[in-house]
Structures are given as C-alpha cells and as structure tokens.
Design a binder for this molecule. Structure first.
Ligand code: C2E
Ligand code: MG
Ligand code: MG
Length: 552
C-alpha cells in the first residue's frame, strides 16, 4: 500500500511539473510575440518619426511615444501572468487529481471491505453466514472463562419454508426469511450471534449462560417472537419454527459436533409438539442413521476405523499392472464395512472432510513408500474431495506430508473431478498448480459426468482422464456411450493425456476398449478393491502376467 502511495505521489508530482511547464511555455510564446511586436512597432515608429531606422530614432520614439511605453510593459505583463496562472492552474489541477485519486482509493477500499463482508455474511439477511458462525462458536469455546458457564447453540428451522417457496415462489420465501431475520435480530442483540447457516435454518450462539434451564426459556422466547403472523405478498401466514438445542461442553467439544447434535435435536423437535428439543444421547438411536454417522466420523480417524482398499490398474500398452487406486472404507463398529458413498458426501457438508483428506493422503503416501521399498512399480491414485480444491491450505498440507513420509511425488496421482474445478476455477487452478510444481500428477476422475470445458482442461497440468464407468459399462450396447468413449479417448490423446477406463467388468468390453486405443483399465474384471494384504498377494502373482487374472 505504501509502495502504491509513494508511486502515486511521484506520478502526481511529475504530472504537475509537466502541466506547469506546458503553461509556462504558452506564456513564453506570449512574451516572444509581445517582444517581436514591440520591436516591429519601435522600428516602424522610428521610421515614421525620423524617416529612417537609426539608434537615435529608436531612442527618440522610445522616449516620446506613449503607445510604445504601454507595449514595453506587455512582455513583463505576460511573464507575470504566465508565472501566476501556471502556478494557479497546476495547483488546481493537482488538487483535482488528488481528489480523484482519493476517491478512487476510497472506492477500492470499499470494494475490498464489501468483498470481505460478502465472504462472511448472508446476502439476503445481512446476518453472519455459516463460516462466520462456526468461527464465533470456536472463539466462544476458546474464550469460555473458568466460571464454568455454559455456551449454547440453537438451530432454528423454518419448517414451512419449502412449502412457501413451492406455492408462492422464491421471492415470497425470501421475504419470509428476511422478516424472520429481522424478528430474531430484534429479539437478540449482542452478545448473542444470530446467523443463517442454510436456506431455511438460522442458528443462535448464546454465551455465558448460568444454567441450562434458561436456554429453554430462550427457545420459548423465539417461538413467541415468531408467533405473530407474517405478511408475504399480502398473504397472511404463520411461520412454523422448530428449534434444536445443545450445550457446550456437555454435548460436544467442538463446533462440528455441536452443530451436528443440534441437528439431531432439531429432528426430534420436528416431531414434538413443543417445537423445540434439547439434545440427548438417547436420540441417536432413533434418528436417521446418517445424522448420527457424522458425529461418529469425528472419532473414526482417532479410533483407526478407516482403512484404504486398493484396486489395481492394468496398462494395456505394456500389459503391466502399473497402478492402483486407493479407496477409503470405514470399519464401523455397529454398521460393519461402510463404502465411501455412505459417508464421504456427509463429511463434505462439514469441515470434517479436511481430516478425511489428510488421513487418506498420508496413508496413501506411507503405502506408496512401502511398496517402492518392496520394489513394486506402482503409481497410487488418491481421490480428492470436491471441497479440497477450495482449501488454500491443501498445497502446504501435501508439502508437509511429502516431507514427513519421504514419498516421491511421481508415485502419487491425485484424482479430482470436473465439478470440483468448475465450482471455483481460479482457486482450484492455483491449488492444482502449486501441487503440480511439487511433482504430483493429476487425473480427472469420472470424466464425462461434469461440465468442464475444453479450455479448462487445456490449462490444467493433467496426466490422465478417467472415463466414468457409466459410459464404459454399456459401451457394447449403447451407441451413444460408444461414441462418447471413442471421442474421449481421442480428445485425451490429442491433449497428450493417458486414458483410463473405470468399471471394466467383462472381457468383451476390455477388447473393445483395446481396439479404441484406451491405455489403462480398472474394474472388477481385473480385481475388486482389496485390503492391503490381499492386494499384495494379488500383485505378487499377477503383476507380471495380469492376463491370467483376466481369464480366470
Ligand atoms: P471413484 O473414484 O470413481 O472410484 C471408483 C469406484 O468404482 C469405486 O467405488 C470402485 O469400487 C468402483 N468400481 C471399480 N470397478 C468397478 C466395476 O467394475 N464395477 C462397478 N460396479 N464398480 C466398480 P467405491 O470404492 O465405492 O468409491 C466410490 C467413490 O467414493 C469413488 O469413486 C470416489 O469418488 C469416492 N471415494 C473413494 N475413496 C475416497 C477417498 O479416499 N476420498 C474421497 N474424497 N473420496 C473417495
Ligand atoms: Mg477415483
Ligand atoms: Mg471414478
């Protein structure tokens, strides 16, 4: 900023100098014209008075001719006027430029402030958004004083939001939400934090609570504040609010657990006639499985319940097993082995996905190092979540793990999806480029299911395109799928990329892919994803003659 300031000052200073010299130049020209006119007039007057142009004649007319006296003064007038007006003009101009620069700076500052504000606020209600709310709860937890007072999080759901939106339209439901936000704001002033964390869910953080019962009173207050009828598009309506309540520290030690358990309480509140519920661990048994899974995920990493399975990839160009994909599994104590589709999307809704990604990357790197030491020539594919490409800390996290595990980046291929890039392309590019510079490779997973444009693909430092298995499985029967696969293979090759087909589960499909020029295949035909021990056994007996696996 200082640099910009000093540059601007130099610039201004130079401008003023130029301006002054221009004005002075005009004044000098005036002086030259005036002196020339004086000389011509003096010579003319001398000739007229004495009949010739002599020094005596010139001296005579200069002494006696009043008109020449006036003309004598003109150059001085010009000089004075030039100096004076150039100074004034330059002064006014510089003041103008300074004013405008100041205005521009103020506007830029305002823009910056607005952009910062938008990142942390909900534009419809002007309330803090989810990110800011989570941050405030974290701060509340950290700054809780030793007086052992409680902190409480309330989730307030507007139950008829969807119904209003479906029947009266989006503007009407927006209007209802805005009115509710105004009522909540007027019912709670600071130090309570009110936020809008989802389309129809507000959240309230109460700090410094003396006893738990007082929060129940707060919930009743909210119901009272929302009791009066709302007018939306001149239609009178009631707002059906449900409230889920949790306390810190009783119901969770961190914001994710607190919000998740407030969600469970909210679920119970929806089915109660009071319209609010205080979380109780016994609710976990009766709520939908996925609501409770989120809270258990927190401990899954610590309890070492996560495990990587490995599925081999066969390189058709040299008939070697050249890689494997690491696929996460959760050995759940009650539900048994859970596939990623059951918990990865849930984690992506909270910041827990960052811990999963960290665990998966670290475990994959450790495994890649072990295999390299055992002489396996395998590149390990690791799935990143769509949310990871929004996390600016990812490159540093990967750099740290690379240092810690000693992995050679060439042993790792990071799989990203088209939609993860397209949701925020500029941030994604920056993150991808930084990781690429460390030497890791990138692959586009599930290619064909997203909407990435060719120009984006060209800009990215990619190594591989993986054709989604939905196109591969019907390649023999569905003409359009066959066309898509063929076009993708050509496109990838033209971009200098390797093509992997996922979900290859029958020999005829494999033969067709071979004919189309596909480079690598992965699928149940070769092997299913396996725990590390089983994978190593499979690899030892199939790496050099994978065709035996294909014909068994
Ligand atoms: P994906 O990355 O496209 O992984 C391929 C999925 O297809 C795997 O399912 C694999 O078991 C399955 N598959 C492979 N060959 C065949 C086949 O021949 N037929 C059929 N029907 N399926 C086949 P999985 O392991 O259930 O993983 C599902 C998705 O979960 C993955 O799709 C990936 O998007 C995500 N995922 C898996 N592991 C991770 C992880 O560590 N982190 C993240 N963020 N996501 C993961
Ligand atoms: Mg994948
Ligand atoms: Mg895939």
């Amino acid at each position: 900023m200082n640099l910009i300031g000093s540059n601007t000052n130099d610039f201004l200073h130079n401008n003023v100098k130029v301006l002054r010299s221009r004005v002075s130049k005009t004044a000098y020209q005036g002086i030259v014209v005036a002196v020339a006119a004086l000389v011509v007039a003096t010579l003319g007057a001398s000739y007229y008075a004495t009949g010739g142009i002599t020094l005596d004649g010139i001296a005579f007319v200069q002494r006696t001719n009043m008109a020449l006296w006036i003309m004598d003064a003109v150059p001085f007038v010009f000089a004075f006027w030039g100096q004076y007006s150039s100074t004034i003009l330059a002064y006014e101009a510089s003041a103008l430029v300074i004013d405008q620069t100041q205005e521009l700076r103020e506007r830029a500052d305002n823009f910056e402030k607005q952009a910062r504000y938008n990142v942390t606020h909900d534009l419809l209600t002007d309330l803090p958004n989810k990110e800011l709310f989570y941050d405030r709860v974290e701060q509340g937890i950290l700054s809780r004083d030793s007086s052992q007072r409680y902190l409480s999080v309330l989730l307030i759901e507007i139950g008829n939001y969807k119904q209003v939106s479906d029947t009266l339209g989006r503007n009407a439901s927006d209007s209802l939400i805005r009115q509710v936000s105004v009522r909540l704001k007027s019912a709670y002033s600071s130090p309570a934090t009110i936020a809008r964390i989802d389309s129809n869910i507000f959240s309230l953080l109460l700090t410094n609570i003396e006893n738990k019962e007082s929060v129940i009173l707060q919930a009743e207050n909210i119901h009272r504040a929302l009791e009066e009828a709302f007018f939306v598009d001149k239609v009178k309506m009631a707002c059906q609010a449900n409230i889920g309540i949790v306390y810190f520290p009783d119901h969770g030690g961190d914001v994710d657990t607190l919000v998740q358990r407030a969600g469970i309480a909210l679920y119970v509140a929806q089915n109660s006639n009071k319209g609010y519920a205080l979380y109780d661990p016994s609710y976990d048994e009766h709520t939908p499985r996925q609501l409770t899974l989120i809270s258990e995920l927190n401990q899954a990493v610590e309890r070492e319940e996560l495990e990587l399975y490995y599925q081999p990839k066969l390189d058709l160009t040299n008939n070697r097993v050249s890689g494997a994909e690491a696929l996460v599994r959760w050995n759940h104590p009650r539900h048994g082995l859970l596939l990623p589709d059951h918990f990865v999307p849930l984690m992506e809704r909270t910041r827990m996905i960052q811990s999963l990604t960290r665990w998966v990357i670290e475990a994959s790197m450790v495994q890649a190092v072990k295999w390299a030491q055992a002489g396996y020539e395998i590149c390990l594919s690791v799935n990143l979540s769509a949310k990871d490409l929004n996390n600016p800390e990812l490159p540093d996290l990967i750099a740290g793990l690379k240092g810690r595990t000693g992995v050679n980046p060439e042993w790792i291929m990071l799989e990203i999806t088209e939609s993860s890039i397209m949701s925020n392309p500029e941030t994604a590019f920056e993150i991808i480029n930084r990781i690429d510079q460390m030497g890791f490779r990138f692959s586009i997973d599930d290619y064909g299911t997203g909407y990435s444009s060719l120009s984006y693909l060209k800009r990215m430092p990619l190594k591989e395109l993986k054709i989604d298995r939905s196109f591969v499985k019907d390649i023999l029967t569905d003409e359009s799928d066959a066309v898509i696969v063929n076009a993708t293979i050509n496109l990838a090759h033209n971009l200098g990329l390797q093509v992997t087909a996922e979900g290859v589960n029958n020999p005829a499909v494999l033969q067709k892919l071979k004919r189309e020029g596909c480079d690598v295949v992965q699928g149940y035909l070769l092997a299913r994803p396996m725990p590390v021990g089983a994978f190593e056994e499979w690899f030892e007996s199939n790496a050099s003659r994978p065709e035996s696996a294909l014909t068994e």
